[in-house]
Design a protein around this ligand. Structure first.
Ligand SMILES: CC(C)(COP(=O)(O)OP(=O)(O)OC[C@H]1O[C@@H](n2cnc3c(N)ncnc32)[C@H](O)[C@@H]1OP(=O)(O)O)[C@@H](O)C(=O)NCCC(=O)NCCS
Length: 242
């Protein structure tokens, strides 16, 4: 936003929303017509069926999300390519040219999740199916403060644990590092109001720097979804593919 008083010009940074889409394995077409030649080569290189299925689900979800975000047509799917950069971050291209978009992909237990934002943001997302675990399971991955939060939380412990985990992973992805960094290098402070299907906030405090991430989480149908970016964003918006 830009405004002028007398001869002085002011610019106020506006926060963008992040856009998101979720897809299930069953939504992915059986054929590979929607993949580019290079993507089909990548697919052929995976040895394990689980990796093939996860990768196809992630590509299908991301292509649908980018098409909806940039108003592309279904016939553009095969020329839209989601490539992995050298550090693993997914990037969208059309006919070899980078698209003006920033994306993050996650897949877990047959659920695909993609977050899309403007190219000047570095975005990160994660989804996981909530499963019961003892607190000890998280001891090696969580900070002492997070473990204490888990032990004393009035909310469902498994939900809180997976919410913390997904928030961490989304921040680590926005940093383009993933699990190359220690998961304890970011301490998560969530907003706990538990209402299925609504987005809530969380804050991620980097332990080795003054850097802070502001993110969003929600639980739905037994899954946790989390997202963030390297700048604050407004409440997430679901992409429409109709
Ligand atoms: C990124 C990472 C945290 C994902 O963990 P996960 O919970 O198993 O998987 P998710 O489904 O949530 O996310 C996977 C997606 O993250 C994305 N990703 C991979 N590396 C990434 C990175 N450094 N930063 C951001 N996103 C990344 C990819 O799109 C990947 O999906 P795809 O390979 O099908 O395109 C993990 O793979 C990682 O830390 N990778 C970097 C370290 C590395 O390369 N280790 C060697 C692995 S053999």
């Amino acid at each position: 936003m830009q405004f002028r008083i007398s001869n002085l010009e002011f610019r106020i940074p506006m926060s963008h929303p992040l856009f998101w889409l979720a897809r299930k394995s069953d939504d992915v077409p059986e054929n590979n017509d929607w993949l580019s030649d290079a993507e089909r080569d990548t697919l052929a290189g995976f040895r394990f069926p689980k990796r093939r299925n996860d990768w196809r689900l992630g590509r299908w979800t991301a292509k649908q999300a980018v098409c909806a975000y940039q108003s592309l047509k279904r016939s553009d799917l095969a020329s839209l390519e989601i490539r992995a950069a050298g550090d693993g971050v997914p990037e969208a291209f059309s006919n070899g040219t980078a698209r003006e978009v920033s994306i993050s992909i996650s897949h877990s237990s047959g659920q695909g999740f993609c977050v899309v934002g403007p190219p000047e943001l570095s975005v990160g997302c994660d989804t996981e199916m909530i499963q019961p675990h003892e607190v000890q399971f998280f001891q090696d991955y969580f900070t002492a403060g997070e473990i204490s939060l888990l032990q004393h939380s009035p909310a469902d412990r498994s939900l809180v644990a997976y919410l913390i985990w997904c928030a961490k992973e989304s921040a680590l992805k926005a940093l383009r590092e993933g699990l190359r960094l220690d998961t304890r290098s970011i301490a998560i402070v969530p907003d706990f109001e538990q209402q299925d299907g609504l987005w809530h906030t969380w804050t991620g405090l980097c332990q080795d720097s003054p850097r802070t991430f502001r993110g969003w989480w929600r639980s739905q149908d037994g899954f946790i979804y989390a997202m963030t970016a390297d700048q604050p964003t407004s409440s997430p918006v679901k992409l429409s593919t109709d």
